[in-house]
Design a protein around this ligand. Structure first.
Ligand code: ADP
Ligand code: MG
Ligand code: MG
Length: 561
């Protein structure tokens, strides 16, 4: 029924709008998210790793609270402002670096004699007496006290010669190592740190289906359907991938499911679908993932106008995929399933790698064996049953770049039906042909990536990023998500099949679940994943709404009914 689809889509659109205007939260959201007394959170001191790196660098809420703590002190707050400025600086286009480098140097690293008017002088008296004797009237007394003069001088010389995005790196390292010392110890004794523990305690609340509103089905996987969903607490939209317990058991896929969950938990990249929660219901295991509302890359290549994408889009998507792959490889995760249907677009037109069901963690110094992947996209060394490593994913990127530009995969003609053996044979022995749509850079990168010999194939972050195909890409901007996508997604369109056109599953018969299964489900269901949960809380302003410190000094606000 047509109507069923229209209703499902309308409800989903409404939900998405409610995220934007903050109306997606349940009326009871505050009662679902209440801070406990600090004494009830003390146990976390023994269970969590509480180093500077773990708290401030790895956790968005830890970072914000440390920043708030720094704001209570002149010296620390200028250090922190400086660090924020540097984050910004690094993503500037090259031609702007020099001016900004000089401005930053003036503002933060040059002693600034300033005439102070009498009343101000009084207020600053104590400040001037402590340290900074050489510059009695200096207001930004601070950074110069901490940093070594040699490094400042070195930086000054280097930016006057040529400013690069790395110009302030040494200074930043010094600043960060300063933070790790006394400031972090003081932070750990402050109310901001108690608040951190309170947030961590909330993060560990158990998660179940009743924390979400579930909307229309988006797609069908091997073990269950994928639905659009919304957190009742924050209003954030997600995709929930369901793995039906009986189907998993029937196919003996427990290890597969657990591996997928474990790998997703390790991933934290804007170019890979991220996991926010894993929980179970009576019938299913559920993965709560970044919602990708722009559909599959495959759809964009084939279903809109002529097959194939303009070069500019191909370059942009390829760059984001390459950034996603290098994130995975950095974590020693081999993806193994690169193909256009596994690359999904979000509402803004950015892409992410999705479906990590075949991914595997590769310990240092080892290789992998096993014919895994999709016919037509597997690298020659996989087909030949040799042991292989990260080069196979770069081969996959070659296939996807080729397909985006040509409007067909590298080893298959348009609409051609070929059997697996013929296809494998072509992958092993034939070379791909380039149409006039390929410019020199495009055909060159495809040839380098589709090199049948893995040891000479293009690969690795540095080499790929520096390839001339990506000349127009400013990598620091791309990696920080600041590059505008070249193609805008229609915000009113639903890039998924009609609900009735997504096949339903038949029910699984003859499978009974026992205690062993229950233990596996418990292992699978980890609740909230820290950084994803913290980002959700911050970006939906739940953090801001709850984090206020009551004036009476207590850390637990009066209960909300
Ligand atoms: P499986 O591993 O069982 O193949 P997938 O992860 O590929 O399952 O998901 C099945 C389908 O669901 C995909 O082809 C896609 O259409 C849709 N889908 C999966 N993940 C998302 C997501 N994060 N956002 C939107 N749709 C998704
Ligand atoms: Mg899939
Ligand atoms: Mg899969």
């Amino acid at each position: 029924m047509e109507l069923e689809n229209i209703v499902a889509n309308t409800v989903l659109m409404k939900a998405k709008e409610s995220t934007r205007d903050g109306k997606g939260r349940s009326k009871r959201w505050r009662s679902m998210l209440q801070f406990s007394e600090p004494t009830d959170c003390e146990y976390l001191r023994d269970t969590l790793e509480l180093s500077y790196d773990q708290v401030v660098n790895q956790q968005p809420i830890g970072e914000l609270l440390f920043e708030e703590f720094c704001d209570t002190d002149n010296l620390l707050s200028s250090c922190w402002k400086f660090i924020r400025r540097l984050e910004d600086y690094r993503t500037l286009p090259n031609e702007k670096l020099k001016d900004h480098a000089q401005q930053i140097f003036e503002e933060f690293l040059t002693p600034q004699p300033k005439l102070i008017s009498p009343p101000e002088l009084e207020a600053n008296e104590t400040l001037c007496n402590s340290g900074a004797e050489a510059y009695p009237n200096v207001i930004n007394h601070s950074l110069l006290e901490i940093l070594s003069p040699e490094v400042i001088e070195e930086t000054r010389v280097s930016i006057s010669e040529a400013a690069t995005s790395r110009s302030f790196n040494k200074i930043e390292i010094e600043l960060r190592s300063y933070f790790i010392g006394e400031p972090f110890q003081l932070f750990k004794k402050s109310k901001y740190f108690l608040r951190f523990l309170q947030w961590k305690h909330l993060e560990r609340q158990s998660v179940s289906e009743d924390k979400f509103r579930i909307f229309r089905v988006l797609g069908k996987g091997g073990f269950g359907e994928v639905f659009a969903a919304q957190s009742k607490i924050s209003g954030k939209m997600y995709a929930i991938k369901k793995l039906e317990k009986k189907r998993v058991k029937k196919k003996k896929a427990e290890d597969l499911a657990l591996t997928e969950r474990k790998i997703l938990e390790l991933v934290d990249s804007r170019f890979v679908v991220n996991l926010a929660y894993a929980y179970e219901t009576k019938d299913s295991l559920c993965l709560v993932l970044t919602l990708m509302g722009g559909g599959e890359l495959k759809y964009h290549i084939y279903e809109i106008g002529h097959a194939g994408l303009p070069l500019e889009r191909a370059v942009f998507y390829a760059a984001e995929i390459a950034a996603g792959l290098s994130h995975l490889h950095d974590k020693r995760i081999l993806y193994r399933d690169m193909k256009p249907e596994n690359i999904l677009l979000d509402e803004r037109g950015h892409v992410r790698i999705s479906d990590l069901g075949l991914a595997i963690r590769v310990p240092e110094g080892t290789k992998v064996k096993g014919r895994v992947g999709t016919a037509g996209y597997m690298a020659p060394e996989v087909l030949k049953n040799e042991s292989y490593i990260f080069a196979i994913d770069w081969w996959g990127l070659g296939c996807v770049i080729y397909e985006m530009i040509a409007g067909r995969p590298p080893f298959r003609e348009k609409k051609e039906r070929v059997n697996k053996d013929t296809l494998d044979n072509r992958v092993l022995h034939k070379s791909q042909q380039y149409t006039p749509k390929f410019n020199v850079e495009a055909s060159l990168i495809c040839t380098r990536l589709l090199d049948k010999n893995p040891s000479t194939r293009l690969g690795g972050k540095r080499e790929v990023f520096e390839d001339p195909f990506f000349n127009t890409i400013h990598w620091p901007q791309l990696e920080s998500g600041k590059l505008e996508p070249p193609y805008a997604i229609d915000p009113r369109a639903i890039y998924a099949k009609d609900v009735m056109d997504i096949d339903q599953f038949s029910s699984v018969r003859g499978i009974n679940l026992n205690d062993n299964d229950v233990r596996f489900y418990e292992k699978f269901s980890i609740g909230a994943v820290p950084y994803a949960w913290q980002r959700e809380v911050i970006e939906t302003t739940v953090y801001h709404d709850l984090n206020q410190f009551p004036v009476d000094g207590s850390l637990v606000p009066v209960a909300y009914g």
